[in-house]
Write a protein that binds this ligand. Sequence first.
Ligand SMILES: Nc1nc2c(ncn2[C@@H]2O[C@H](COP(=O)(O)OP(=O)(O)OP(=O)(O)O)[C@@H](O)[C@H]2O)c(=O)[nH]1
Ligand SMILES: [Mg+2]
Length: 515
Amino acid sequence: MSPDARADAAALVASARRLFADDPDALGVLDDLDRRLAEPLRLALAGIVKAGKSTLLNALLGERIAPTDAGECTRIVTWYRWADTPSVTAHLTAGPARRLPVRRSRGMLVIALGDLPAEEVDRIEVGWPSAVLRSMTLIDTPGIESLSLDVSARSAAFLTPEDNPSSADAIVYLMRHLHPSDLGFLEAFRDTAAGEARTVNAVAVLSRADEIGSGRIDSLLSAGKVAARYEREGDLGSLVLGVTPVAGLLAEGARTLRESEFVAFGKLAALERSAREKLLVSSDRFVRPTDVVDLDEDTRRQLLARFGIYGVRLATSLVRVGVADSSELAASLLEQSGLTPLQELVARQFGDRSDALKVRATTDAVERLLRRLPGEEGTDVRAALERLQASAHDLKELDLLSRVRLGTPPLAGPDAAAAARLIGGHGTGASTRLGLPADAGPEALRDAALAELDRWRTLGASPLADRTSREACAVVTRSLEGLLSEVGEVGPGEPAAHVVAAGGPVEGRPEGADQ
Ligand SMILES: Nc1nc2c(ncn2[C@@H]2O[C@H](COP(=O)(O)OP(=O)(O)OP(=O)(O)O)[C@@H](O)[C@H]2O)c(=O)[nH]1
Ligand SMILES: [Mg+2]
């Protein structure tokens, strides 16, 4: 997306502000859009109760801050934003926001609402100096489909509001098994996130992946197979951009591993084989009174709560096979947790597109505001909106990507799959788009891009192509032209324009106009 797209979107908001100067409700929406354009990607973690959302949020932060497992604050949508110093603020459904004390217990925040009833709190905002938050704002949401309809309603109202675009730019949706209600929620998010089902802004996590094989050492392998099946088969594939297994508890434990825990795993590893196997046979057995190991019951309970039985078994075997110190153990546990592939998926799918997602949210919201006006009013703003929609190529890529994923015409079969890849459905890097290895050189990239360009121009020019397929081919062609100009720039002494011209005339421009 052009670096100016966010600025253009901000200008659109400014002109809408003049138009709606007498409408406090519309001004509130526009204030929020300004804030949204100025801040990093808003990534929400959603899923059913106890899916492991708060634990995964901590793993992403690399700190145990979000409260897990208890307390009324898990019933409130909580935003984690970058700030120099820690702060906690309650935004109320009515009245001014209130600062709350920053209190922690065993590292995790204890959000004390005091005399504030939870139902009067719209959201809590935590400011925290955690590096990750510089590039994204993380949003923890209450479990959906819970017994408490009120909690479900809160998450639904936030993530899939009825007549507004969602406040989140993208979501990581956690599920332990695929349930029809998961599909229902993801459909609702897709529809509200971008109106008229135009974008897919979700990735799915098969969460608590260590529990899938009852904590056996190959649990994560089984989870990987299940995730791959979900991605391939059925309806989920059209609702999310990828499915990946993550053992959030293991990731959180790995990223916050203490020296004393490494020592404890050392003691377990040093046990004679049959004593060790007996002790680790189940969670119950592990915390039963015993004197076979020099770890008291409370320490064993803590280890179990921090790592799960799978994590305890894995850490013990890693120490046994020679992991030398706590940082090496942390790195190995992290590698097994599946957190890194998730971070990569998020960066690929949302990080690279965060400008486009923000601009899309802005154009959608302004479009909705304009619908409130009678016919002729707001012509300038309408025109600016249409210009922005027409000029932002990334938005067209998102639209087409979503249509391809939904299996709607114009493209089908291998063409659809190729188009999805070329417009960045698997990631926006040049080699990923072209289906080449990550280390492909500029020449290989250029050759592949030129061949694709040729093919897509021919497809678009086919007498059999109707208007929508011509438009789809034009989007792919434009993506390839953009890609070629990038590759051209990195090529040794090869100017971009030369490369583009070598592919033949660019539609709508006279041949050689670039030279
Ligand atoms: N074994 C295992 N347990 C996990 C994992 N992730 C979370 N848990 C445990 O599951 C319980 C719920 O975790 P949370 O992170 O609070 O789940 P949540 O989705 O935020 O829950 P709500 O906010 O109440 O809906 C806690 O006891 C966690 O320790 C995991 O990857 N593996
Ligand atoms: Mg939670």
